[in-house]
Design a protein around this ligand. Structure first.
Ligand code: FAD
Length: 402
């Protein structure tokens, strides 16, 4: 078959949150840009999440400038994009269930406060005021769950995931962005030690710079380049209920969230998706559906298949804390592979020894930094520098576990 050839200045591979924002920022900066995805748009983790603009759970050593600047961008984002992304302010409650978790959360506060993130520890008896649905008196009798406290941050938010990505694509297209769904990158072209393009389906794309925003699929592409990028993933599962008049004031999650998510017991070599544990993650859409998750297992499965075991584990975990939701019907469930790193830092920046290649992937909380990352990559491509210090996020760094 004759292969079609495309030429552009910048090629963005992977059209999730990050890819859409990067492609839009590049196109708006006057860079001739193409955006490719192996599936429909969106098809990765970005079509499977709650859209929470998370702040207080940030990685502390290097990520606070990115997270705080990223959060500030949301105040003006809709005006800049010229349309709604469904943005609204919502608080966040991280439930603390053990003395060890309480110690960890308390130790985080001075650093958060120094960065202007006014999170606070709230004793258990005040939880009912902040979140009446928690029904604290009832769950306090539960021998398993005795929330000792929570870490509360009033100033977080939520977007509508699909509106968010559509807004970036609209801006990009207005500036000439070419979008190619169902176009899977299967090879790279290197000339004179520089990455000069990719092979995708029956097509060839030549580009001055290629940006991989491929989430959990990034290690696969790295192997084609002889790289061994340490980006594992979990298979995250969630459920959505019917609409309800019950109102949740905050995103609810557990202080043990990331610890539990990354400690899956599935046999990765067998491609299993057995959820080792479900951790609390509850949000509500603006129109009243409850989003319940997550069960996570380390696995090699990059698919979107929910498992009965995982879905049941999610429901059980949520019922421990919000028994009032038991009367709601579950409409459907889903799963998606979510990339992470051992040091909780993203892979963001140029790849050493391979000019023409940039990575932007594996963010700890992606939504909050999405617009900022788009700007940062476009600034790097256009000027060779960024306002944001990318050094700690280098894809070539030696990884220290957080
Ligand atoms: C239940 C659940 C709830 C969550 N809630 C939140 C939340 O509230 N807030 C938050 O910040 N995060 C949340 N997350 C995590 C969030 O979904 C991810 O961090 C985020 O979507 C990652 O975005 P991304 O653009 O980096 O990657 P992805 O959205 O995974 O995009 C990568 C894209 O690359 C494409 N691709 C891969 N390989 C190729 C190839 N060879 N050629 C072409 N295209 C390719 C894929 O098809 C995919 O579309 C949640 C996750 C889950 C599972």
């Amino acid at each position: 078959m004759a292969s079609a050839a495309h030429t552009c200045d910048a090629l963005v591979v992977g059209a999730g949150y990050i890819g859409c924002a990067v492609a839009a920022a590049l196109a708006a900066a006057g860079v001739r840009t193409a955006l490719l995805d192996r599936g429909p748009i969106p098809s990765g983790a970005s079509r499977a999440n709650y859209g929470n603009v998370q702040v207080q759970d940030a990685e502390l050593a290097h990520s606070l400038p990115m997270v705080t600047a990223g959060y500030r961008r949301f105040a003006t984002l809709e005006a800049e994009l010229g349309c709604s992304v469904g943005y609204r302010r919502v608080g966040s409650l991280l439930l603390i269930e053990t003395a060890a978790q309480q110690q960890i959360m308390a130790a985080r506060l001075p650093t958060l406060h120094a960065a202007g993130i006014v999170a606070e520890l709230v004793p258990a008896e005040h939880l009912a005021e902040l979140e009446p649905l928690l029904d604290y008196r009832r769950i306090a009798q539960d021998a398993i769950l005795r929330p000792m406290a929570a870490c509360y941050h009033a100033d977080e938010g939520q977007v509508s995931p699909f509106q968010f990505m559509a807004a970036f694509l609209r801006v990009g297209r207005r500036h000439g962005l070419a979008v190619h769904p169902h176009t899977e990158v299967t090879g790279f072209d290197i000339a004179g030690g520089r990455l000069v393009g990719v092979r995708a389906s029956a097509e060839r794309f030549s580009a001055g710079v290629t940006i991989l925003t491929t989430g959990a699929w990034t290690p696969r592409l790295g192997r084609l380049l002889g790289r061994d990028w340490a980006i594992p993933h979990v298979h995250g599962q969630a459920l959505v209920t019917e609409r309800s008049d019950l109102r949740l004031n905050n995103h609810l999650s557990s202080a043990a969230f990331f610890e539990a998510m990354h400690a899956g017991e599935g046999d990765a070599s067998a491609g299993e998706t057995r959820p080792a544990s479900a951790v609390l993650a509850v949000a509500q859409t603006a129109d009243g559906h409850f989003l319940l998750g997550e069960a996570g297992a380390s696995t090699e499965d990059l698919g979107a298949h929910a498992t009965g075991q995982g879905q049941a584990a999610v429901a059980r975990e949520v019922m421990r804390v919000l028994p009032v939701l038991a009367r709601l019907r579950v409409l459907r469930g889903w799963a998606a592979p979510v990339a992470f790193t051992a040091d909780s830092l993203p892979f963001l920046g140029p790849v050493r020894d391979l000019p023409g290649l940039i990575l932007a992937t594996a963010f700890k909380s992606t939504v909050v930094v999405t617009p900022l990352v788009g700007d940062a990559v476009a600034q790097w491509v256009c000027t060779g520098r960024t306002d944001l210090d990318l050094t700690p996020f280098s894809p070539d760094r030696k990884m220290a576990v957080e």
